[in-house]
Design a protein around this ligand. Structure first.
Ligand SMILES: [Zn+2]
Length: 378
């Protein structure tokens, strides 16, 4: 172990013997009291020294026996310590790719800041390299989600879409102008490859066909209606396969992120459809008309809003891959322009939905807490 004080957390002395690590409420920690000798010892924790050397230096600085080990234990328990050599073989393999590491350095620092244990950050980053995600839809939202995931170190990002790139599919971070006229899936694949920080390592689970299990599918349809009111029939295979999936899109002037569906555990497309129909008897009739709408128009989609939605969807996807609490499960965020105030909407599992999620949450449900936010049925 080569201990290092997490470089991602800015350090500052609140007074002569209290040191604060980190700035923001979510991740800052205060350590004290710290005497002067210990304070100067902290500067040695920069990842260049192993334990024996640190103990030796501690002795030379007049620190009592066992003090260095106790201090390291205390720092580790407070989530302030990282290890520049730990994380296992996948982490070592990643360290051997300096060009990849340099690209991912800020992402690694961020992971280190939000994970408590030493080496957990690089472990998670290495795990991303082994993950397989699919993005369906390669418009202004989907192609950006796919590129961001690839750029953030997800090893295998697949894209699916039909037809050819139209000029209005082009977006910074997504499909480039020169891809207009190419097949959408091929163009998005190129964008994903360009965004990737180097080729991912071969995975032990890779079979002959190069397939790993899908960790998650992001459904980012070019027509935002399919994200706002997702089609239960289209989601059936995902529910049956138990594949987690996340909806994201822009409809008219509103951005939509979520829900993340954990099949059989949290609200799915079918639950949403049933819930809307309960709240508004005309909903199915309206939906049928919206879906059929004869002449195909270019759907409204504010570029900045689409980029925001893509970024948030990618961030939630990465958090899910990294093993964080899936806060979008059963939750949808809606952000209407031009105010751009985010609204959180709880999506409940519906008792009549065959996905069975309502059975799961029956015990957890507290009360009928209809959220006042939904004004559609007003
Ligand atoms: Zn359901």
């Amino acid at each position: 172990m080569h201990p290092i004080l997490k470089p991602a957390l800015r350090r500052g002395w609140r007074d002569l013997n209290t040191v604060q690590f980190g700035v923001t409420r979510a991740h800052a920690r205060v350590l004290g009291p710290v005497d002067t000798a210990t304070g100067s010892f902290l500067t040695l924790l920069d990842g260049t020294r192993g334990l024996p050397l640190l103990r030796e230096e501690g002795k030379r600085m007049g620190l009592p026996d066992g003090h260095v080990d106790r201090l390291l234990h205390r720092l580790a328990r407070a989530g302030l310590l990282d290890d520049t050599t730990g994380g296992g073989t996948a982490a070592d393999a990643l360290r051997c790719r300096p060009e990849v590491m340099d690209r991912l350095r800020p992402d690694l620092a961020a992971l280190s800041a939000v994970t408590p244990e030493p080496s957990q950050g690089i472990r998670k980053l290495a795990a991303r390299r082994a993950a397989r995600v699919r993005v369906q839809g390669t418009g202004r939202v989907g192609a950006v989600v796919a590129s961001v995931l690839s750029g953030a170190g997800v090893g295998q990002v697949e894209v699916m879409d039909g037809g050819c790139v139209e000029p209005w599919d082009v977006a910074p971070g997504g499909l480039p102008p020169e891809s207009v006229g190419q097949r959408r899936d091929a163009a998005a694949r190129t964008a994903v490859r360009r965004a990737a920080p180097g080729r991912p390592p071969r995975h032990p689970e890779d079979r002959g066909d190069g397939e790993r299990p899908l960790s998650l599918i992001v459904l980012a349809p070019r027509d935002g209606l399919d994200a706002f009111a997702p089609d239960p029939t289209a989601a059936e295979p995902l529910i049956a396969a138990g594949t987690p999936h996340l909806y994201a899109g822009v409809i008219e002037g509103t951005g939509v992120v979520g829900p993340l569906v954990l099949p059989g555990a949290t609200a799915c497309a079918g639950c949403l459809a049933l819930d809307r129909a309960d709240a508004d008897a005309a909903w199915p009739r309206m939906l049928a008309q919206w879906r059929s709408g004869g002449r195909r128009q270019v759907p409204a989609c504010d570029l900045a809003l689409a980029t925001t939605v893509a970024g948030l969807a990618a961030a939630h996807t990465l958090a899910f891959l990294d093993g964080a609490e899936p806060t979008l499960a059963g939750v949808r965020w809606e952000v209407p322009a031009p105010g751009l105030t985010w609204h959180r909407r709880r999506e409940r599992a519906h008792a009549s939905c065959p996905c069975g999620a309502s059975e799961q949450v029956k015990g957890e449900r507290t009360s009928v807490d209809r959220e006042p936010h939904d004004t559609m049925a007003g």
